[in-house]
Write a protein that binds this ligand. Structure first.
Ligand code: PGA
Length: 258
């Protein structure tokens, strides 16, 4: 690792998969296999499984996360879940602005910012997702899109408020498609994200900011991706649904970081 400020973080995103029995079994497998001295490990599970998975993870090094939250404290918001409710259910972290929420559920940079504000106020570790579509990449607009998403979500905070922020770079064209960004493509985007955050919030925040890569991370490409200097971890969808493949990613080996 090029910067000892940044402890690697591997997060699993279970999306809308698994019943309770499957969730418990997977959580047990991950908790049992995550090496005590390895990276920070997080699993983002469906709302309905939070409390049972939280029980399984108690006493383990694996942290519980939700896949979304609502920004209001409480109220008549049918179908929504607040930061306080997530904390109450045992969450330590939350995924915000995943591209599937942006694509299918009307998430905007403005609502990402509201969710981030609520997560920070509650002391939840926020994992804010950004990334371009294939059309945007082919148009040469990748950096512009990342800049707009980051500026929209992250302005209005002081750097100390954002001390726990984690950003996940997830090119939409690589999610669930089996097409991974090459390590060089990912590194280029991560460096751009770090520089943009430096411009917005200063060098200290940027140097300590953990930036995860997401999009078809698998056991056979994790080592190469994690060898890039600005990749500080992974947000893993499909390959996080089996303990074996997720743990192989958790145990990545990256010579450049040794
Ligand atoms: P994937 O999903 O690993 O299945 O591509 C990543 C994500 O959406 O977080």
């Amino acid at each position: 690792m090029t910067n000892s400020l940044r402890r690697p973080l591997i997060a699993g995103n279970w999306k809308m998969f698994l019943d309770l029995a499957g969730s418990v079994a997977l959580a047990r497998g991950v908790a049992a296999g995550a090496p005590p001295d390895g990276p920070e490990v997080v699993v983002a599970v469906p709302f309905t499984a939070l409390t049972v998975v939280g029980e399984v993870l108690k006493g383990s090094k694996v942290k519980l996360a939700a896949q979304n939250l609502h920004w209001e404290k409480e109220g008549a918001f049918t179908g929504e879940v607040s930061a306080a409710q997530l904390k109450d259910a045992g969450c330590a972290a939350v995924v915000i602005g995943h591209s599937e929420r942006r694509q299918f559920f009307g998430e905007t940079d403005e609502t990402v910012k509201k969710r981030l504000t609520a997560a920070l106020a509650a002391g939840l570790l926020p994992i804010v997702c950004v990334g371009e579509t294939l059309a945007e990449r082919e148009d040469g607009r990748t950096f512009k899109v990342l800049e707009t998403q980051l500026t929209g979500a992250l302005t209005g905070f002081g750097p100390s408020q954002l001390a726990t922020l984690v950003v996940a770079y997830e090119p939409v064209w690589a999610i669930g498609t089996g097409k991974t960004a090459t390590p060089a493509q990912a590194q280029e985007a991560h460096l751009f994200i770090r520089k943009t955050c430096e411009r917005l919030h200063g060098a200290a925040l940027a140097a300590g900011l953990r930036i995860l890569y997401g999009g078809s991370v698998k056991p056979d490409n994790a080592d190469a991706l994690m060898s890039e200097p600005d990749l500080d971890g992974a947000l893993v969808g499909g390959a996080s649904l089996k303990a074996d493949s997720f743990l192989r990613i958790v145990k990545f080996s990256a010579p450049a970081r040794a």
